[in-house]
Ligand binder design. Sequence first.
Ligand code: MN
Length: 253
Amino acid sequence: MTDASRPRSVDFHCHLDLYPDHERAVAQRERECIFTLAVTTTPRAWPRNHELAKDTRHVRAALGLHPQLIADHAHELSLWKELLPRTRYVGEVGLDAGPRFYKSLDKQKSVFEEILKACATERDKILSIHSVRATKAVLDMIESNLPPKRGRVVLHWFTGTPSEARRAIDMGCYFSINASMLTSEKRVQLVRSLPADRVLTETDGPFTEQVDRPERPSNVDVVVAGLAKIYGKSSSEVMHGIENNLKALLSDD
Ligand code: MN
């Protein structure tokens, strides 16, 4: 990255199109030099996200089909496939086996499998993956369908066990950490166990917003400060490390 394109911070999973003013949210990220992966929940939302992001230095639009929407939106997989050649970034995709979405889990799995296979065929995609109550199934499916040389995986809001974390690390996965992942000692322990060179930051805004300020994109600095405490480093050292991790993730080799 040249100096001009160097971000001040990284938000590797954010729903900019769900803020009250999408266009303003993109402009704000660009102005504040926050590298932002703008994930989408359906492929129909991608073209507008891409339109707003394509001429920015810091915002990228990812092509998604959210597992929580599969019950009613599985038919959008064909549009998702049609758009895939136009982007390197994929998300939000994955599995959600929580009580509200369990009923569609079989359908979610067949869609996610097709998504992983399509990414493997096209190569060089970077995926932001949701894995609520389904870490093992998500890792199994990545292992079977997307070899590490065919694509790069970032596990968003990881909530798996320590042994699942080790497995994901061995598979080459990155982890995007948000503020909710630092709210209990158990969660902090898990984050501490992740190799520092596989860690990115995210907000998952607007879902993690403070309720009194829904219009303002969440602050990724809170996560950086939390990581600084965990690592016993300064925030600027942590930020520098995360920038390097982003650079490595996005590199061509
Ligand atoms: Mn999300």
